[in-house]
Ligand binder design. Structure first.
Ligand SMILES: O=C(O)CCC(=O)C(=O)O
Length: 284
């Protein structure tokens, strides 16, 4: 039977869940993240993102509640067409104190050995999400680019920014093209209001703009079909980022959706990263 969420994701490489985060939780998440955001631009948190907010020193109970939201999890299972899915990380995208551009890219570049197979057959086996706690206009995508090789236009446009690097200043990017985001063939801006989520395939061509006047606080994580972690290296990206989740008792009851997803994640970490099972890592 056809499922509209999956059909849309297969066709476009992304779906929008308007109001995916209920308002009371949105407020709890904002307060839970305030200590992290206070460090924006400073020390190890730096700018742009904090990759691992579930680590015990930054954990807040609202993060678990968010990851266990039924609507989000049912959407993920519908897209992947399976409930056998695993947790794939949780971070927060925090924008930048100066005007910057995250260049156009796929998370796995042209030339990456698994890319042709992933582009051919695995259009909805892994999902990345951006869930906005404040209105967020940062992300740009090229719809449908997750199911085909790059076009010459995409490759050529992206390559022009090689000299700038992954995150360059807007000035550097604009010196190369007056429209470093909208200039990509087929590009659209993903407009998220506070509480909205976009679920997308990380193989979509995507890019982002960070403006200092935007208060960006956007949760960033995802899910993977469990069996795919054992089949493709690409589906194991970041497995090693959350060693504290090998001992998840600090979360309490992880919940109906998150609990099994974390167990599958931990099993894969033990399989692929046995070095992380040492107690020093497990206690954070
Ligand atoms: O800031 C963003 O939304 C883009 C994130 C991104 O490009 C990535 O995680 O690969």
């Amino acid at each position: 039977m056809s499922c509209p969420l999956r059909d849309d994701f297969l066709r476009d490489g992304f779906i929008l869940l308007r109001g995916g985060i209920p308002l009371p939780l949105l407020e709890e998440l904002r307060s839970g993240l305030a200590p992290i955001l206070a460090h924006r631009g400073l020390g190890r948190i730096g700018t742009l993102r904090h990759q691992t907010i579930l680590e015990p020193s930054s954990y807040h109970p609202s993060f678990k509640e968010f990851l266990d939201l039924p609507r989000l999890n049912r959407a993920a299972a519908a897209v992947i067409d399976s409930t056998d899915i695993a947790f794939a990380g949780l971070g927060v995208l925090i924008g930048s104190a100066d005007h910057r551009v995250c260049r156009w890219h796929r998370d796995f570049k042209d030339g990456y050995p698994e890319l042709p197979a992933l582009l051919k057959r695995h259009h909805a086996d892994f999902i990345q999400f951006n869930c906005a706690l404040y209105d967020d206009l940062s992300l740009w995508v090229v719809p449908g680019s997750h199911r085909r090789a790059s076009t010459p236009g995409e490759s050529a446009f992206s390559a022009r920014f090689d000299v700038v690097g992954f995150n360059g200043t807007y000035e550097q990017a604009r010196a190369i093209d007056p429209d470093p985001l909208s200039g990509m063939p087929g590009a659209i801006n993903v407009v998220l209001a506070a509480g909205d989520c976009v679920l997308y395939n990380p193989l979509l061509w995507h890019a982002a703009e960070y403006r200092p006047e935007w208060i960006r606080t956007t949760l960033h994580g995802g899910w993977r079909k469990t069996e795919m972690m054992y089949a493709f290296e690409a589906m194991r990206w970041g497995l090693e980022h959350n060693p504290w989740l090998l001992e998840p008792s600090y979360l309490g009851d992880a919940g109906t959706f998150l609990g099994p997803q974390l167990a599958r994640y931990a099993e894969a970490v033990r399989h692929f990263h046995p070095e992380l099972t040492a107690p020093a890592h497990a206690t954070g």
